[in-house]
Design a binder for this molecule. Structure first.
Ligand code: UTP
Length: 291
């Protein structure tokens, strides 16, 4: 049986320039969808998948993330004194236990592959997950849980994938695939941001990965790829052939919250998925579309 996936890396070292000025003094990962920061959705998804160790790869100006995953004594005391137990639970119930979270610094934002490599000593020699908080998934079963279940059956590496329009392939990591049963596709190649005419398929990797520690052997070389960045996709491509590698078309809907339109769409979709907000939000949307 494949070794269980117990550890997850959350790369949060990016600069978030597409959201300036909001991200001038606040990490992009702390932007809220309705009332919860992006990074909390990602951590809760990992918890739902059975992850026990949460490794954040941070950079300068990311203190708000550490504070968010820490006890706030003043707020706790004030809410307890006022008998606001539901709010107390809203700020505490989802927090990993003491010692389950570690932080390491990327020091320089040299690319996603570099951010993942910075966590190599905390991962050691076991399979691990990577979650990018700016990719948000609304699903019945947590996206990473779906991937962990596939990994539990066939092992190796598993990436979550979606079909994208061909004209968008140059924004994403794209798969070359062999066997494809419509849900699971075996990966025969990976290429970062190919031009539409060069793309081997339109299956794009989203920010959810289960990887094997061999990926660090390639990342050790610090080779730069597309855009002059150290790309995770290139390191994953280098491990092809050593282990099974699959793309999973997961159940659920993905929102690219690193992009303004995607972020706004996620806000609407998550608000509509909430019982306390859906009716009001529907009315608001209708009032704009009726005019
Ligand atoms: P993006 O490509 O969205 O970059 O990174 P970014 O800097 O966050 O945002 P923009 O493009 O300037 O607006 C995708 C993910 O990889 C992480 C980011 O934090 C984000 O989760 N990342 C990227 C790092 O952790 N380090 C890097 O060097 C690059």
């Amino acid at each position: 049986m494949p070794q269980a996936v117990r550890k997850a890396i959350f790369p949060v070292g990016g600069l978030g320039t597409r959201f300036l000025p909001a991200t001038k003094a606040m990490p992009k990962e702390m932007l809220p969808i309705v009332d919860k920061p992006l990074i909390q959705y990602a951590v809760e998804e990992a918890q739902a998948a059975g992850i026990e160790d949460f490794i954040f790869v941070t950079g300068r100006g990311k203190h708000a993330i550490e504070d968010h995953f820490d006890v706030s004594f003043e707020l706790d005391t004030m809410l307890r004194e006022r008998g606001k137990n539901d709010m107390l639970s809203a700020i505490r119930s989802w927090m990993p236990s003491p010692g389950q979270i570690s932080y390491t610094r990327q020091m320089e934002p040299l690319g996603l592959g570099h951010a993942v490599w910075c966590a190599r000593h905390l991962i050691g020699d076991e399979p691990f997950a990577v979650l990018l908080a700016d990719d948000l998934v609304l699903s019945q079963t947590a996206c990473l849980k779906q991937m962990v279940d596939v990994h539990g059956e066939i092992g190796g590496s598993v990436v979550a994938v979606v079909d994208v329009p061909r004209e968008h392939t140059d924004r994403y990591g794209i798969l070359d695939v062999g066997n494809d049963n419509g849900r699971l596709a075996s990966v025969t190649g990976l290429v970062e941001k190919p031009k539409p005419e060069d793309a081997p398929s339109t299956l794009s990797i989203i920010g959810r990965y289960i990887l094997q520690p061999e990926v660090f052997d390639h990342l050790d070389k610090q080779e730069k790829g597309a855009g002059g960045e150290i790309q995770l996709t290139d390191a994953m491509a280098a491990t092809l052939g050593t282990n099974p590698f699959h793309g999973l078309r997961f159940e659920g809907r993905r929102f690219d919250c690193g992009d303004k339109a995607g972020f706004l769409e996620a806000t609407i979709a998550f608000a509509l998925s909430r019982e306390d907000l859906a009716m009001d939000v529907r009315k608001i949307i209708k009032s704009y579309t009726d005019t």
